[in-house]
Design a protein around this ligand. Structure first.
Ligand SMILES: CC(C)(COP(=O)(O)OP(=O)(O)OC[C@H]1O[C@@H](n2cnc3c(N)ncnc32)[C@H](O)[C@@H]1OP(=O)(O)O)[C@@H](O)C(=O)NCCC(=O)NCCS
Length: 252
């Protein structure tokens, strides 16, 4: 009994230390995730574990970032319905219902809008939708992004935004707008990172505006290679990545 009582604080202290170490690792892991996504878009995901040992590399899974197609409308719907109340408010401007989301997905024009997502085992876990505005040249677009709460903070929002900007550029869009709530600090940061100008629009909303240059061989190749790799990865299946993110974080 005495031994048990003595050992309890020790194990608690060990747990706290492990948690502190994991917390300290998180930003690095997130940056690695975004970097690896932009290079290959071909890894996979595992659930984050609070007490994973950084010194012991292991296989982890990462999502594939790729185009989402009309046949995946149901996966898209399930993904948006998994957003909690706060995220729905940030994504749609108000805490919308599942029925609203159902109608929203039904109204996606799959042949005009560009839908991309981070897919894990066939389930969409994060998404970006780029919608062309009107038909006149120069073409403009509006974009929106959503990352499910368990996947947030690992660079997916940034990666999806970056890819939508490249895709928009390759479609000769001159400007892309993203509307978000004033309190959405993460979106400010993402806009700032990719050269967006943020204008306060109304009381509660701000508009991030991205001015795009003409496409280049490099931007077209980047998009084609990303899609090709993602397709390859989807067909080949899960490829374990040994030790890339030793603490088991999600990555693109
Ligand atoms: C906004 C959202 C897309 C961000 O996705 P994410 O994958 O969590 O974002 P990232 O991991 O790429 O992080 C983006 C940046 O925000 C920063 N950030 C994280 N938390 C932050 C906070 N509380 N305050 C300020 N910046 C923060 C990160 O450090 C990162 O910047 P860095 O790369 O320079 O370090 C996601 O939180 C989300 O889906 N929210 C709900 C829906 C929504 O808000 N959609 C946007 C409407 S268009």
């Amino acid at each position: 009994m005495a031994t048990a009582r003595k050992s309890a604080p020790k194990s608690k202290a060990r747990t706290k230390t492990a948690a502190r170490k994991t917390a300290a690792k998180k930003p690095t892991a997130r940056k690695t995730a975004a970097k690896s996504a932009s290079k290959t878009a071909s890894k996979k995901t595992a659930a984050p574990k609070a007490e994973a040992k950084p010194s012991k590399p292991r296989a982890i899974a990462q999502p594939v970032i790729r185009r989402i197609w009309p046949l995946e409308a149901d996966a898209m719907r399930r993904h948006l319905c998994r957003l909690d109340r706060d995220d729905r408010t940030l994504r749609f401007g108000r805490p919308v219902t599942n029925r609203f989301i159902q109608t929203y997905v039904d109204r996606i024009d799959w042949f005009r809008d560009i839908v991309i997502g981070a897919v894990v085992d066939g389930e969409v876990t994060a998404s970006g939708i780029l919608t062309p505005i009107g038909w006149r040249l120069p073409l403009e677009g509006s974009a929106a992004v959503a990352v499910e709460s368990n996947m947030q903070g690992y660079g997916l929002g940034s990666e999806l935004t970056k890819r939508m900007l490249t895709i928009g550029r390759n479609r000769f869009m001159s400007r892309i707008y993203m509307l978000c709530l004033v309190k959405n600090e993460r979106m400010y940061r993402i806009a700032e990172k990719f050269g967006g100008e943020v204008d306060r629009f109304r009381d509660e909303t701000v508009e991030a505006q991205f001015d795009l240059s003409r496409p280049t061989v490099s931007t077209v190749t980047t998009e084609a290679v990303s899609e090709g790799l993602a397709l390859g990865r989807t067909v080949v299946g899960k490829v374990p990545v040994i030790g890339a993110l030793a603490n088991g974080t999600h990555a693109a």
